[in-house]
Design a protein around this ligand. Structure first.
Ligand code: IPE
Ligand code: IPE
Ligand code: MG
Length: 259
């Protein structure tokens, strides 16, 4: 079974977002502003990830999804790409045991086949170790692209249907979304992009259909718990209508409350 889609369920007004998805952008500019190599920004960026995981766990967020490396980021200079890979390995080495101790479930989604065998093994081991944890689910999107996700879901669904002798039949949204790489999570309630750009950059295209967007100029290494709280406050002041009128939403949430 897939998770209830957040486009079908109206969360209570003022609720903490169940799922926060973040494009962690601005590491390079954070470093350049300080006359440091871009690398230094990525190192600081990993520290910010640690802080964000802790802050989200404390606030009772259930899912935190972080865009760490896009399918387009291979276009960067080879040196920067290999440094990012090394940072990924070190972060896994250092953090997984701590995450496990804190009841955090770690997931890594994206086309992992392009990573070297050692990194792939580490990812599998980390996921297996933390699989039964009941606390915050942290998803790292690595070599991830929203279009890749939709296509891989379609291809896997098609294969299963051919095997079941059902090819040629129309596909429903629920059937397809069960094959998306984050089928285990509800859709993001709050989408955050740091670093000043106001674009999706091929992140969760399907899943962001009805998410609330929050953009900030703050560079990722500076995005701390206080900055997170500001974004959550902005989220809590919004009325999510999912196509309905404001009056309908007020009516529906008051009946939900009186139940
Ligand atoms: C985000 O920061 C981290 C990754 C994409 C890996 P950037 O490296 O994109 O930082 P800017 O946008 O150049 O400042
Ligand atoms: C998006 O950031 C991807 C990640 C944060 C991993 P980029 O900095 O690569 O995005 P663009 O290329 O500026 O849109
Ligand atoms: Mg960037």
């Amino acid at each position: 079974m897939t998770h209830t889609s957040s486009t079908k369920e109206i969360p209570a007004v003022g609720a903490i977002p169940k799922h926060i998805a973040i494009i962690m952008d601005g590491n390079g500019r954070w470093a350049t502003k300080r006359f440091l190599p871009r690398v230094a920004g990525h190192v600081k960026g990993v520290e910010a990830v640690r802080g964000m995981v802790e802050a989200c766990a404390k606030r009772g967020v259930s899912y935190l999804t972080l865009f760490a490396f896009s399918s387009e980021n291979w276009r960067r200079p080879a040196e920067e790409v290999s440094l990012l890979m090394r940072l990924f390995v070190t972060a896994l080495e250092k953090e997984v045991a701590k995450m496990h101790a804190n009841n955090i479930r770690l997931k890594v989604v994206g086309d992992l086949t392009r990573f070297d065998a050692h990194l792939q093994k580490m990812i599998t081991a980390a996921e297996e170790k933390t699989a039964n944890n009941q606390g915050l689910t942290v998803t790292i999107c690595a070599n991830y692209g929203g279009r890749w996700d939709i296509i891989q879901a379609m291809n896997r669904l098609q294969k299963d249907r051919i095997a079941a002798g059902q090819s040629g039949q129309d596909v429903t949204e629920d059937q397809l979304s069960a094959y998306l790489s984050m089928a285990y999570a509800p859709e993001p309630d709050l989408f955050i992009r740091t670093g000043g750009e106001t674009r999706i950059s091929n992140f969760l295209l399907w899943q962001l259909a009805y998410s609330e967007f929050y953009f900030t100029d703050t560079f990722w290494p500076d995005f701390d718990a206080a900055a997170l709280d500001t974004s959550i406050q902005s989220y809590q002041n919004r009325e999510r209508r999912f196509g309905r009128t404001s009056a309908q939403v007020t009516e529906q949430t008051s009946t939900q409350e009186s139940k």
